[in-house]
Design a protein around this ligand. Sequence first.
Ligand SMILES: [Fe+2]
Ligand SMILES: [Fe+2]
Length: 141
Amino acid sequence: MKWDDGFAIGIEAIDNQHKKIFEHLLAIENSVTKRDPWHILHFFVTQLAESLKFHLEVEEALLEIIRYPDRIEHGDSHAGLLRQIEELEDQLRNSASGESLVGFFEIWFVRHVLNGDREYAAYIKEEFPALLDRSPAPAGL
Ligand SMILES: [Fe+2]
Ligand SMILES: [Fe+2]
């Protein structure tokens, strides 16, 4: 699956991280299709896991700073994503049917972005529009 602009939540830094995660997912898909040996596939899976962990930490820190009301639930769903990725890694290591597993994880991730992430983005736009204002600070500040 490729990144689609319809997945954007309108916060550039976060959208860029989501895009990066899609790139890693695509690399895994290609690697599975080519039937790369495990050590190569594992490299891509590790990159995905690192990129995802970093992203989830950034998001959780952001939601904490703005005291997002649903931050606990949002964090719980991140924990679910992290469990999924561990499972994905285990199953890719042991199974020949990796493609459908990657697809399954993608659907999970897309659903999270389109639902959970989009909800906090709407909250930020409503409550903290200045966070999204990327115009440069006035000179002298
Ligand atoms: Fe996210
Ligand atoms: Fe999230």
